[in-house]
Design a protein around this ligand. Structure first.
Ligand code: PLP
Length: 365
């Protein structure tokens, strides 16, 4: 048997190969490569899928976050409440627009921002709450929205890992002012390069986002804002159009694998992630908690089971963030989870046989 991989995109590609190759060839033949009719079609279809009024595609999830912050006029002197348990990009973008991240500890069960600890961090400078639906598990977006309303601050959702996740059937990304997505190849909806998107029901914000992604203007030779070159290309758009048709099924397959892991991993030394009835967790990652991670991961390596550590450090411990911030917070739950988390293989094309091997190795630990 071939070695199990942490993530294997080639399996998905072999399923889609005939369709994708013919569609890509057609794009190549048209000679129109950037923001053409496929981008328009994708924006239309994805808005419908997520039930949002506007989808504005761009070059990456990172750019989506930057432009979301800028669309909301967030910059120098503003404080943004966020989670330290995330990919660096979330924090990087806050710092890039000149704002200050204010870190709130996480809930050890969901690894998401701890809603109960948000209000104590709100000051006069707080401009927004930027939550992350980490690993595809929706954070408490409804409750966070109530806090935002109470203090008249903005809400941005980082949905880079949560495409298709929902709370009471409402999609992540549609609770706040703007939702930001990434189509990086390994995300639940991924293209074959970099890609991203902002969604919003507010047409004024969408308009601003559309300007920002294209050098600050919509009309040719009119630049209303200092913007970016951050457009989606046609090849990525045809790929995304095809994969959008599949994403419900792909997410269901992930959930099925998660259920198998959940039911069959049975070892006192290993804690499996929790799910809750009213949230549709789409398992971008399946993350275990173990006390002695070095010992456990050595064991996995010896047994040929690949793993990932997301995330080994709270974002505030990254050298670049440390340099920028005055005093560093000390958030106990995050620091403990960073020491104990281990993600095991999770992608829709994992085979039954592979899943069973992974389960039995973990149970034998
Ligand atoms: C991947 C990711 C991003 C960044 O997306 P890119 O498309 O890689 O720029 C931002 N936030 C989170 C939580 C992510 O996982």
């Amino acid at each position: 048997m071939k070695k199990i991989k942490l993530f294997d995109l080639s399996r998905q590609y072999s399923r889609l190969k005939p369709t994708l190759e013919s569609k890509i060839s057609r794009v190549l033949a048209t000679g129109q490569y950037i923001m053409g009719k496929n981008v328009i079609a994708f924006e239309k279809n994805v808005s419908k899928y997520l039930s949002t009024k506007n989808a504005v595609t761009c070059n990456s999830g990172t750019d989506a976050l930057i432009m979301a912050l800028r669309s909301l006029d967030i910059g120098q002197g503003d404080e943004i409440i966020t989670t330290p348990f995330t990919y660096f990009s979330t924090i990087e973008t806050i710092l890039l627009v000149g704002a200050e991240p204010v870190f709130v500890d996480i809930d050890p069960k969901t690894f998401n921002i701890d809603t109960a600890k948000i209000e104590q961090k709100i000051t006069k400078k707080t401009k927004a709450i930027l939550g992350v639906h980490i690993f595809g598990h929706p954070y408490e977006a409804k409750e966070v929205k109530k806090i935002c309303k109470k203090y008249k601050i903005k809400m941005i959702e980082d949905c880079a890992q949560s495409f298709g996740a929902s709370i009471d059937k409402k999609q992540t990304g549609t609770f706040g002012d703007i939702g930001c997505f990434s189509f990086f190849p390994t995300k639940n909806l991924g293209c074959a390069g970099d890609g991203g998107m902002m969604i919003t029901d507010n047409s004024q914000l969408a308009n601003k986002a559309r300007m920002l992604r294209n050098h600050g203007g919509i009309q040719r030779n009119v630049h209303n804002l200092i913007g970016y070159n951050s457009r989606l290309d046609e090849i990525q758009a045809v790929i995304l159009l095809e994969k959008l048709k599949l994403v419900t099924k792909l997410n269901k397959d992930r959930i099925k694998i998660a259920r198998e892991y959940h039911q069959s991993i049975n070892n006192d030394k290993v804690v499996t992630p929790s799910n809750f009835n009213n949230v549709n967790h789409i398992y971008h990652q399946y993350t275990l908690i173990v006390d002695n991670r070095v010992k456990f991961t050595d064991y996995l390596s010896k047994s040929n089971i690949p793993f990932g550590i997301y995330y080994p450090k709270p974002a505030y411990m990254q050298p670049a963030v440390k340099k920028r911030m005055g005093g560093l917070p000390k958030l106990k739950v995050t620091e403990e989870i960073c020491k104990k988390c281990v993600s095991i293989p999770m992608f829709p094309e994992l085979t039954k046989k592979e899943i069973n091997i992974i389960i039995s190795v973990i149970n034998d630990y």
